[in-house]
Design a protein around this ligand. Structure first.
Ligand code: ADP
Length: 747
């Protein structure tokens, strides 16, 4: 035996490896200097003591020592290593290299012991081994416990095994009386061989499974296996192996899972819990958070069919569930927002539905108000707030848009501004923290509301307690902000359109009402005036006829003036009454085929006396053959009389008035145009439309004396249109006027 350059005082193995038995003998033969442990004389006291203890014990023991996990075991342990020289190769080997097949199972257990010192403990664990030339049913109770080095650091893992096969089998035998030992042994043997094989496969599958897998055994549900995925997603690095589930996860108590596990173990009936919500303190910072798992609890049965363990299969779906929830939230919000018609309703939806969905306890919708003048700055106005009376980030409900508060800064920068905790407030807005604190809030977010390129406001959110804003939180908040901005803009457009429509509606209603009142007034007044006027006419006639006594020539001349004025006045009143009737839609048209030549002649006769008196030339050309129009003969006569009397009225002496009619058929249907052309004073271009409005008269020196109501043309055009035609005018001052009446031709 050699030591690395050191002096060998005595055979140092003597004391350490002094125990009787095969393993001690083999230890003495090994060249320890060639192992990571180095020569025995350099071994620490602790290592020597422990190895000595292992080798001298009748209890099966196994030891891993040092970072390389160099192995020792005693004679009692040898059978556990099976046959085929495995027991010999195990001694002095490094753990990771020796146990390659089951390393995924035992590696984490050793790791736990070495790093945390928490022991692993298994009770009556069924682990069949090759013994006596065959696969034997063996039950074990064993522990992995930490062994400390001289300096107090954990340097080894000591395995102390106790075979409990006898006890387990005796217990069973006592309980089961039906089957004979012989029968049972054969059946169990076969089952066990299969189980053992299956189990070793199972362990591989477990450790490599892309889902979390754990096996909990015994009535207190102790973790026997937990693969890395399970430990990562459920445990968050806490020791699991050998720990009862209730001890490992105290925060899960009261969530119903332990009871379900108990039930699965008792009944053997598996349970599936898709998208199950588990509250876990995964970061182990004392704060329980929400996670989602697709869970399945399944019983493992011993050869007799009794459940002895529960397998937990846990696939974490937290992200999927959150992502789906976010999508659902956004969809719900979009639907709710689409029903909003005002900015207030948008704010209410955002605050009442959006905030809780996001986990915020308070918040506000704040609008940007631009000022008309450049001198006054834009302002922010709180539209609605929850949790605060005013915007707590400034302490007011309306404030100038200047840098210095998180809300205004977010608007000015056009980017979300997030303050996760008190430290963030004190670093950036120390003066505002007291307000937040007083309101019972800590984390805060301000999300600018953008519509197209403009920032139209800001959505603020307040959280009770601190919060780390993850990327997806910011994305969700921004999506909320976008929805909010769009809804606000839509509401604004709707409000504008609505008020415009209201204005138009009000104006129309007012105009209609005024018109109706006017027409009613005119009708009443005309009627009231006509009765006394008719009386005046009637009595004047009585006097003229001499019924009341002889009438002198002078009196007769006066009576003629009275009668002329009476007729004139009656004419005016009839116009007014006609117009009022037209306005109220109370006019009936008796449409028939009217020969145009007859209508022109009848109208012409009415104005011949006046035309002659003024020395005007009057021509009529009805066309040959004269067309026929579809019209109410009386109303046609009335229109023509009005046009002719206007022509006479506004044409100075020596002028000409031409009346002509022509059929002008086209594809759309034949029409007849009747034109009244004069060589009179004409009408300015800008009045050509106005003259068709009621009570409009073009005033000039020439017409100042002309009598009339300004209703004639309005009535005429209404009548023309009422018969499916129209009345238009062309004129130029001093160049005469032409009025064209269009009516449908009679078929
Ligand atoms: P009025 O009772 O005043 O004649 P109308 O509606 O018939 O009412 O005519 C309205 C106004 O149109 C007249 O006051 C006049 O100023 C102008 N007008 C109508 N016909 C002619 C015409 N042939 N030549 C010039 N002005 C005309």
């Amino acid at each position: 035996m050699t030591a690395n350059g050191g002096t060998v005082i005595a055979d140092p193995g003597e004391a350490v490896f002094a125990a009787p038995g095969e393993m001690a003998a083999r230890c003495r033969e090994i060249d320890w200097a060639a192992t990571p442990l180095g020569p025995v004389e350099r071994w620490s006291t602790s290592l020597r003591t422990t190895v000595g203890l292992v080798l001298s014990s009748r209890q099966p023991m196994f030891l891993w020592w040092g970072p390389k996990l160099v192995q020792f075991h005693n004679d009692a342990y040898r059978p556990s290593l099976g046959t085929g020289g495995r027991a010999d190769r195990a001694l002095g080997a490094c753990g990771r290299e020796f146990w390659t097949d089951i390393w995924p199972v035992i590696g984490p257990q050793i790791e736990q012991v070495m790093t945390t010192g928490v022991p692993v403990w298994h009770e009556d664990l069924y682990l069949p081994i090759e013994r006596n030339g065959r696969l034997e049913d063996v039950w074990w109770t064993y522990s992995y416990s930490a062994v400390r080095d001289d300096d107090g650091r954990i340097a080894g893992t000591l395995v102390v095994c106790m075979e409990t096969t006898e006890r387990v089998l005796t217990e069973r035998r006592l309980k089961e009386s039906a089957a004979t030992l012989e029968e049972r042994t054969t059946a169990v043997e076969r089952a066990l061989a299969e189980t053992a094989l299956a189990e070793s496969h199972l362990r591989d599958v477990f450790s490599q499974a892309p889902v979390g897998v754990a096996v909990l055994t015994g009535p207190s549900l102790v973790y026997e296996i937990a693969n890395a995925r399970y430990a990562e997603s459920m445990g968050g690095g806490r020791p699991l192996i050998g720990v009862p589930v209730r001890t490992a996860f105290p925060e899960v108590a009261g969530q119903g899972y332990f009871e379900l596990l108990d039930e699965v173990l008792a009944t053997g009936t598996p349970v599936s819990l898709p998208e199950s919500r588990v509250l876990l303190d995964r970061d182990r910072d004392g704060v329980v958070e929400e996670y989602f798992f697709d869970l399945r609890f399944e019983a493992l049965r011993d050869p007799a069919g009794r459940p002895y363990a529960v397998v937990i299969i846990a696939a974490e779906v937290t992200e999927q569930v959150r992502a789906r929830r976010r999508t659902e939230l956004l969809q719900e919000l979009t639907v709710a927002l689409s029903a909003t018609l005002s900015a207030e309703q948008v704010a209410a939806v955002m605050l009442e539905r959006g905030l809780p969905a996001f986990g915020a306890a308070g918040g506000g919708v704040v609008l940007r108000i631009d000022r008309a003048s450049d001198d006054t700055p834009a302002e922010l106005q709180v539209l609605q707030m929850i949790g605060f009376e005013v915007d707590a980030s400034v302490g007011r409900s309306r404030y100038p848009l200047r840098p210095g508060s998180p809300g205004t800064d977010a608007v000015l920068a056009g980017r979300p501004l997030l303050l996760g905790d008190r430290a963030a407030w004190e670093a950036r807005y120390p003066g505002l923290w007291p307000t937040m604190e007083a309101g019972g809030f800590e984390a805060y977010g301000a999300i600018p509301l953008r519509f197209e390129e403009r920032v139209i406001g800001v959505l603020t959110v307040y959280f009770v307690g601190p919060r780390t804003f993850a990327d997806e939180d910011v994305a969700l908040l921004s999506a909320f902000g976008e929805q909010c901005a769009q809804a606000l803009e839509r509401a604004r457009l709707y409000t504008v359109a609505e008020s415009a429509r209201d204005d138009a509606e009000r104006a129309r209603a007012a105009a209609e009402e005024a018109n109706r009142a006017k027409s009613a007034f005119l009708a009443t007044m005309s009627h009231e005036l006509r009765t006394p006027l008719n009386a005046i006419g009637g009595y004047a006639e009585l006097i003229e006829l001499g019924i009341r006594g002889a009438v002198t020539e002078e009196q007769r001349a006066d009576l003629a003036r009275i009668q002329a004025s009476q007729r004139h006045l009656l004419g005016l009143i009839n116009d007014v009454l006609n117009y009022a009737k037209l306005e109220t839609g109370a006019v009936r048209y008796d449409l028939e085929a009217v020969p145009v030549d007859e209508a022109l002649r009848a109208a012409q006769e009415l104005v011949i006396p006046q035309a002659r008196a003024k020395g005007l030339t009057l021509t009529v050309d009805a066309g040959a053959p004269a067309p026929r129009v579809r019209a109410d003969a009386e109303k046609l006569r009335q229109i023509l009389a009005n046009l002719l009397s206007n022509a006479v009225k506004f044409t100075p002496a020596g002028g000409t008035i031409a009346l002509c009619a022509r059929a002008e058929g086209d594809a759309a249907g034949a029409a007849v145009r009747v034109r009244v052309r004069d060589t009179g004073i004409g009408i300015p271009a800008d009045r050509l439309d106005a003259i068709f409005e009621p009570f409009v008269q073009v005033r000039s020196d020439l017409t100042r004396t002309a009598e009339g109501t300004g209703l004639g043309l309005a009535i005429s055009r209404d009548l023309a249109r009422g018969m499916g035609g129209d009345l238009t005018a062309e004129s130029a001052p001093g160049a005469g006027s032409t009025f064209t009446l269009t009516l449908p031709a009679a078929r």
